[in-house]
Design a protein around this ligand. Structure first.
Ligand code: NAD
Length: 472
């Protein structure tokens, strides 16, 4: 496919879109069904690719990518007709007799960039929405997950309409060439550095953009009254820190905030859970490549940070393995507390210790779990905030006083699997929401259609307004 060059690919897909075929319900349905078949029939191929790229365990690959995609495509098929149906809206009496409608229409040709950590899931999830909305699509998966990219190129052309949906493989150079073309929307999942490049290129053509980024997503850990609740909460934290892709996940727990008095309980439980989940490390994904391994090693190399490691910390550059590692109160000005970690390192921040370092106004007494709200507010808006608490007042305060792409109480990750909830960031964690109907909307233009009859005409609309008198 790449033999025709990036420009050729863009032209072919544009021609397919202009033919009008992608707009029909029949085409959209046939493509979603084809994708559904791909997911069922090529399951083994997906498992193999994810194992090869990331050492991802089959169970994890099904749970986080294949299974989620099957759910999403089924949901889109169930709701497609309803989503496509124009929706009547009330219009002011003054315009009588008139009918107002919201008519969704495809945007045109969509460019999707995806990242390497969920290389199949984060490629096909937006593809489902873009197809459902009746667009033609070019997908550019990450070059850092080559087996998954190859799988996508092969299977998408085998199952889907290869004139309207194409996969282009390659790295930043190919990405740049794609960005020189004109698109009707660019959907980007990745880093804020590259998002800036994408947005600058999109500005040239006034192309709308959605950017799904990352950031530092905290978990607030309240005292919780029972040992069982604490155990469940910690399992869910481990489940979002190490289980998915060894912490290389945008909605993972970046760090935990806990009152100093409860930190020992949390740490003991974390260690026990790690021992239970990982008697061996064979179902832990590996770090994607040497560069990311080095980046993560550097985060804990500084002696002031290394001194705070209380669990794990061993590294093997040969196998790109980093042991699940816990740090207690690393310096807040260290890189590990200012950059997205995106790996198996978990800092625990006790809300009493850093009162001076934080340089917050003195009225903030960082002693109570409530003070973590201020801690979070002093930093860029996260993609997600997790909070483990049974305190309704605290829940209300977190909801009202913090801003994040999403907010999940007493669990982790599952918000991603709810089609009824939009997924996306805010501020530094990105913009544009997708999943379920939100994906359909993301790739549609909602056209305002007003139908008027020739009955009734108010001549006072037009000049000359000689008879016009203000009522005062
Ligand atoms: P990245 O920005 O390096 O790459 C993303 C995509 O952009 C890839 O397809 C890549 O080939 C392409 N690209 C890279 N450089 C380019 C350039 N100069 N010009 C054009 N295209 C270019 O990101 P990544 O390393 O793949 O992903 C990690 C980041 O993604 C993390 O910050 C993580 O939090 C974020 N992420 C966000 C979500 C989400 O849904 N919000 C999901 C997964 C990952």
């Amino acid at each position: 496919m790449e033999s025709v060059g990036v420009e050729g690919v863009a032209n072919e897909v544009r021609t397919a879109y202009e033919s009008g075929k992608t707009r029909s319900l029949a085409w959209r349905r046939s493509q979603l069904k084809a994708l559904q078949r791909l997911l069922y029939e090529e399951e083994e191929g997906m498992f193999r690719a994810l194992k090869q790229d990331l050492g991802k365990h089959q169970a994890e690959a099904y749970r986080d990518e294949v299974g989620i995609l099957i759910k999403s495509v089924n949901y889109a098929l169930e709701n497609l007709k309803k989503w496509m149906t124009p929706c009547r809206v009330p219009v002011p009496l003054l315009t009588f007799p008139t009918r107002g409608e919201l008519v969704p229409e495809p945007l045109g040709v969509i460019l999707i960039f995806s990242s390497w950590n969920f290389p199949i899931g984060l490629s096909l999830e937006p593809l489902i929405g873009a197809i459902a909305a009746g667009n033609a699509i070019v997908l550019k998966p990450s070059e850092l997950a080559p087996a998954s990219s190859n799988f996508l190129a092969k299977s998408v052309s085998k199952y889907l309409d290869s004139m309207s949906v194409k996969v282009v493989r390659g790295g930043p150079d190919v990405g740049q060439k794609l960005l020189e073309q004109k698109w009707d929307k660019i959907f980007f999942t990745g880093s804020s550095r590259v998002a800036r490049i994408v947005m600058a290129a999109a500005a040239k053509h006034l192309t709308p953009v959605a950017v799904e980024l990352g950031g530092k997503s905290p978990a607030i850990f309240d005292s919780l009254s029972s040992a069982r609740d604490r155990k469940v909460a910690v399992e869910r934290i481990v489940g979002a820190k190490w289980v998915p892709c060894s912490g290389q996940v945008c909605i993972g727990v970046d760090y935990v905030l806990v009152e100093e008095q409860f930190a020992p309980i949390l740490i003991d439980q974390l260690k026990a859970t790690l021992e239970k989940f990982y008697p061996r490390f064979d179902c832990l994904s590996r770090i994607i490549n040497g560069q990311h391994f080095q980046r993560l090693s550097n985060l804990i190399k500084d002696p002031s940070v290394a001194a705070t490691i209380i669990h794990g910390g061993s590294l093997d550059s040969e196998t790109l393995f980093i042991e699940p590692t816990i740090l207690l109160d690393p310096p807040l000005d260290a890189e590990i507390m200012n950059e997205e970690i995106f790996g198996p390192l978990l800092p625990i921040i006790t809300v009493i210790v850093h009162v001076q370092v934080l340089t917050l106004p003195s009225r903030f007494q960082l002693k109570k779990i409530e003070d973590s709200i201020e801690f979070i507010r002093a930093r860029p808006k996260p993609l997600v905030i997790y909070a483990f608490t049974k305190d309704e007042k605290l829940r209300s305060r977190i909801t009202a006083e913090t801003s994040s792409g999403s907010l999940t109480f007493n669990d982790t990750m599952i918000q991603f699997a709810c089609d009824e909830l939009p997924f996306g960031g805010v501020g530094g964690s990105g913009f544009g929401q997708y999943h379920g109907k939100f994906s359909f909307d993301m790739f549609s233009h909602t056209k305002a259609v007003l139908r008027r009859s020739f009955l009734l005409e108010f001549t006072f609309r037009y000049p000359p307004w000689d008879a016009w008198k203000l009522p005062f």
